[in-house]
Design a binder for this molecule. Structure first.
Ligand code: 7RM
Length: 659
């Protein structure tokens, strides 16, 4: 982390032209769940009392006897000795309260198939799968890998695991066989839940085939449970593979939810860090559910009659927290959609909003920019008047996209909540409260009540308003990660090593003269491409694993559509004969897709005879980053090989002119 990115120049760029402000509409304020600004002060004055109050919204089999134990910092225990079950909170208690017939999900598959699933129906399916998993010898504490398309059975799988106390680890359906294998091996899971395939842009894409490939290098796996989604042909290993229909459908719909300790593991979710090895983020039970339900209730102002749609994928934390756990625990009605935003036509999303009368939409800036590129005429064709609130997540939303979202989708009357958070934070941390906060396009505004954040310099001192620095969180919060799976030292070093007693998020931020937070992107070697977190090191090691590649350096380059684009500088081995550069570039891209995922493919690859290095041999990524973004080069005095920089710079400029 010696190569932290300087974000201060970005800050000046963003805020200098942004003077618009949007106060919450009066009719929204009148009905808002959180409407008294005193809540900020009240939460800051006594955070533990505040979080205990939020915890009262859940059902506890046994109440906690201490809100927070921080004596072993940075290892937190929340709601100590409390007992609860997450699936019970998401299902049973609503049914017991007479809401069994309320719709939990309106599901729409990409081919257009629709299913309406009530809370009672969802609970029945979850209980059946819980019984099936028990029959397959899964017991409390066993890790379960889940690799599925965005279908209701994915939610059923998460909840069934939570019901029996078997931590899940979901692998995004767009990841490769190698990624599945690595996650199985790190979590030493014995079972994978998957499907034959899913639908993507009109065609079935295979999942089971990747699991077959992954399991060849994952000796702990004993069972594979397969849901039939597409009906495509699959290979079958007798005794290892089980069809969902054969095993789950015949089970009883009765199942007693396992009381879990507040600090029992709920799930692991792997995410990119600054090295090639993904980190297994550990989330536990009580605090996670308290934090996610609190934020969902107040940031989305959720009401009994809302139709809420989070258009993320459950493969990412946004889907875990805000498609599955929080909306269900809050008893909400959601839309769930399997496919691509613009399939079969650019108005697919707007059509869904009109038909289901969606009132709250939560999505990523990259999706907004993709729709913006298609044009607002597609939205104009539809009645979007059911919408009352819009959300954004995953990366900074540029003011232009914010304004487009506000005008063409929100029709100028919906507040926008730009929500900053991370896989590690479990839930939203910095965001407007829609009935309280005056928004500015491009700013996530303020830390939520109960969250204490700051922007600090290298020494950890708070920087004055109007300046940029590192974003930190100064007090523990209930949905925080507890550690990294099997790597507690890396947890301590990565998040607490830089400032000691403050959580270092890895993001740059600034506050303007009014104290508004402006997020400025990662300061470490993590990129954000279309809201997907990718580490430069992970892609570099995929590139270097190709026979002909000697060395690679990967940096992010600003991109209009995807936020950042992947730019790879590649040096080939001495006697390598790659043939045509264009063809070989394509071969390398496919190689990365196979190793990680198609989303990790470099947009641009530049072959260079050498990479800029310090005298001690470290690649100077900062320099490559500046070249790739067309910035003036900073200090180059520590360079050992000045020539190569000139060569690369010349090649980049002429390549840019060619495009
Ligand atoms: C929820 C999620 C986390 C990283 C984070 C930031 C960036 C997320 C925003 C944002 C600016 C936002 N989890 N990020 N939300 N940057 N404004 N509203 O995305 O673990 O996958 O990524 O995403 O850099 O550190 S994540």
């Amino acid at each position: 982390m010696s190569d932290l990115k300087d974000v201060s120049k970005d800050f000046v760029e963003v805020v200098k032209y942004e003077e618009r402000e949007f106060a919450p509409p009066a009719d929204f304020v009148a009905r808002a769940n959180m409407a008294d600004p005193a809540v900020y002060h009240r939460a800051a004055a006594d955070p533990e009392a505040f979080w205990a109050e939020q915890a009262e919204h859940l059902h506890w089999f046994q109440k906690w006897d201490q809100v927070l134990d921080w004596s072993d910092a940075p290892h937190a225990k929340w709601f100590v000795n409390g007992k609860l079950n997450v699936a019970y909170n998401c299902l049973d208690r609503h049914i017991e309260a007479g809401k069994g017939n309320k719709v939990a999900f309106y599901f729409e598959g990409e081919p257009g198939d629709q299913r309406v699933i009530t809370y009672q129906e969802l609970k029945d399916q979850v209980c059946q799968l819980a019984n099936a998993l028990t029959e397959l010898n899964v017991v409390k504490g066993d890790r379960v890998v889940i690799y599925m398309p965005m279908i209701p059975e994915l939610v059923v799988s998460l909840l069934a695991c939570a019901r029996i106390g078997a931590p899940h680890t979901v692998v995004f359906g767009g990841f490769s066989a190698d990624a599945v294998r690595d996650r199985i091996n790190d979590s030493t899971a014995e079972i994978v839940i998957t499907a034959d395939g899913g639908f993507r842009r009109g065609a079935p894409s295979g999942l089971k085939v990747n699991v077959d490939e992954a399991v060849k290098g994952a000796p702990t796996i004993e069972k594979v449970l397969v849901y039939k989604r597409t009906g495509q042909d699959v290979d079958w290993v007798e005794g290892r593979d089980f069809w969902w229909n054969d095993v789950v459908d015949r089970q009883s719909t009765e199942h007693e939810a396992e009381p879990m300790d507040s600090e029992d593991l709920l799930y692991l979710l792997y995410t990119s860090g600054t090295t090639g090895k993904p980190k297994g983020i550990v989330h536990t039970t009580g605090g996670y559910l308290v934090g996610t339900t609190y934020t969902h209730r107040n940031v989305f102002d959720i009401k009994d009659d809302d139709v809420y749609w989070c258009a993320a994928d459950i493969g990412w934390v946004t889907g875990h927290s805000y498609i599955c756990y929080a909306p269900l625990a809050n008893g909400a009605t959601s839309v769930m959609y399997e496919g691509t935003p613009t399939y079969p036509a650019p108005d697919r999303w707007w059509d869904i909003i009109e038909r289901y009368k969606v009132s709250i939409l939560y999505c990523a800036p990259t999706a907004i920019r993709a729709h913006m590129k298609e044009g607002h005429q597609h939205a104009d064709k539809h009645d979007l008047s059911s919408l009352r609130l819009l959300g954004s997540v995953g990366e900074p939303i540029n003011p232009e996209a914010w304004m487009w979202y506000h005008r063409h989708i929100g029709q100028e009357h919906c507040p926008i909540v730009d929500t900053w958070w991370q896989t590690e934070t479990g839930g939203i941390m910095i965001s407007p409260v829609p009935g309280l906060t005056t928004t500015k396009p491009g700013s996530a505004t303020f830390p939520l009540p109960g969250i204490e954040a700051d922007v600090v310099d290298e020494q950890g001192n708070s920087v004055p308003l109007g300046h940029a620095g590192f974003l930190v969180i100064k007090k523990p919060w209930p949905s925080m990660l507890r550690t990294l799976y099997n790597d507690d030292q890396r947890y301590i070093d990565t998040y607490w090593g830089k400032f000691g007693n403050m959580y270092f998020a890895g993001d740059g931020a600034a506050r303007d003269e009014d104290g508004y937070y402006w997020l400025l992107g990662r300061v470490d070697d993590v990129m954000n491409v279309s809201g997907h977190r990718l580490s430069t090191a992970e892609i570099e090691s995929a590139l270097v694993s190709h026979d002909l590649v000697a060395e690679a350096a990967v940096v992010g380059q600003p991109d209009e559509l995807t936020g950042e684009a992947i730019f790879a500088f590649v040096t080939l081995k001495n006697r390598a004969h790659p043939g045509d550069e264009r063809d070989f570039g394509q071969e390398l891209r496919n190689h990365v897709a196979k190793k990680i995922s198609p989303i990790a493919k470099p947009k641009r690859i530049m072959f260079t005879p050498d990479l800029p290095k310090t005298r001690s041999g470290k690649i100077m990524r900062r320099l490559l980053r500046d070249i790739a973004s067309g910035h003036a080069l900073g200090d180059t005095t520590s360079l050992a090989n000045q020539d190569v920089v000139n060569q690369i710079q010349d090649a980049t400029t002429s390549a840019a002119q060619d495009e």
